[in-house]
Design a protein. Structure first.
Length: 114
């Protein structure tokens, strides 16, 4: 059973930074594409960033230039570095990967106070 676990959420002032982490069980994770999504209250989850197996990255327009997705050297954890946070970034952030089926973490709450 694949499990994804996010961490690093919390309360931060506008303009501040947070780094989210996504760890997974299973050796497949080290070479699998991973993405971050977020969900605002009452809204559907929206794409934030993706790290492909090639190492290429993709970002939503709303976060490009402020957020960075990366993987640690051991390839056991994927990060989302979030800088210049805005109140509109307040959401629950989810880690996602596909390995025969969709896998989601339980999410971590990011709250940005203005």
């Amino acid at each position: 059973q694949v499990q994804l676990a996010e961490s690093g959420g919390g309360l931060v002032q506008a303009g501040g930074s947070l780094r989210l982490s996504c760890a997974a069980s299973g050796s497949f994770f080290s070479n699998n594409a991973v993405a971050w999504y977020r969900q605002f209250p009452g809204k559907q989850r929206e794409f934030v960033a993706r790290l492909a197996t090639s190492g290429s990255t993709t970002y939503a327009d709303s976060v490009r230039g402020r957020f960075t997705i990366s993987r640690d050297n051991a390839k056991t954890t994927v990060y989302l570095q979030m800088n210049s946070l805005k109140s509109e970034d307040t959401a629950v952030y989810y880690c996602y990967t596909f390995w025969g089926m969709d896998y989601w973490g339980k999410g971590t709450l990011v709250t940005v106070s203005s």
